[in-house]
Design a protein around this ligand. Sequence first.
Ligand code: NDP
Length: 399
Amino acid sequence: MGKCLIIGAGGVAGVAVKKCCQNSEAFEEIMIASRTKSKCDKLKDELDGGKTIIRTAQVNADNVDELVALINDFKPDVVLNLALPYQDLTIMDACLATKTHYVDTANYEPTDTAKFEYKWQWDYKEKFEKAGICALLGSGFDPGVTGVYSAFAMKHYFDEINYIDILDCNGGDHGYPFATNFNPEINIREVTAKGSYWENGEWFETEPMEIKREYDFKSVGMKDMYLLHHEELESLALNIKGIKRIRFFMTFGQSYLTHLKCLENVGMTSIEPIIYEGKEIVPLQFLKAMLPDPASLGPRTKGKTNIGCIFQGKKDGVDKTYYVYNICDHEECYKEVGSQAVSYTTGVPAMIGAMLVMNGTWNKPGVFNVEEFDPDPFMEALNKWGLPYEEDFNPTLVD
Ligand code: NDP
């Protein structure tokens, strides 16, 4: 039993909060704190009456003093950061000041450079060790479950893993010509950036969407997918024994890509501020304000997601392949928690990560990525809390 402070009240937080309340044996009390308190109160109103006690608060997570005051007041066992990647370091600073464990789902990214990497957060390792507290980084689906799948494959099926392909397929249709499934600003920064993959100890950079493959996803069907840079490539390249190459592919429909290209060509995806009628605006932030709120896609989205990892390696000297994935249905998610599957597949592992850190199963002083812990309790929890995994020992490989 423990207390969890959840920061953020967007799409992912909405799911995590509901999952914490379903899991009231672990989450005795939660506080939902975000920039806009009315969103926290709305979530609380939807859930009051269950066993988990829910409190709400307003907080600017860019401000360490405000965070420290809130943590000192609520005294959580763990802080679950579901705000934006820009807030990771201030929240980690507040955790250090109050000696409170930390969990997030996305690595830090400065607002003025669209470049996310673990360097900034890994630099906190010694400070967290000295403070005797644990930071669990990237406990969403990808990163998150993809790292747990990798540790699980390593533990149970391989002596060495040589190749990993992470395949993220969203076969959902929300009926809008263009919308993003999670925070539009973060999503567009990710997909307009250069792609990259890691091979034989080196990073190879590609133009955005330069490498395209087709894959036939179970329960979804044939989809185009594109190579992207993704944050777990960085940690898995370090943490998985024998790795020679690791790539990440995400599916995009033609309509999404055509809209994105057009928005890019006219400068709407830029993060360079411009002056408009005497006021400074960031085009991408303005675009975000125009696009549908990802949290509003839930009732409209039909279809399934299929996200997983294909591993190639060796066991007892013999070549082996293994594909582990989860299929999640947008409409089922909406029925259960009022959100589409992209928020669901992130919010569930976020709750599980917070639970395992809180109950001590995954807790040691320092800063860690998910694949550095025993995957079995996480895999069991995925089955229990709505993201069961499926296995294929003879999958089609990606060339
Ligand atoms: P949303 O934009 O829906 O929600 C973000 C929330 O953070 C909002 O409630 C927002 O407040 C709040 N927030 C933003 N800035 C501050 C601040 N300075 N102080 C306090 N609160 C703040 O995003 P999502 O829920 O879609 O995504 C949440 C996180 O999950 C992101 O970091 C995203 O990158 C990550 N993610 C990870 C995935 C994974 O698989 N690992 C997949 C999808 C997302 P307000 O309501 O006022 O704007």
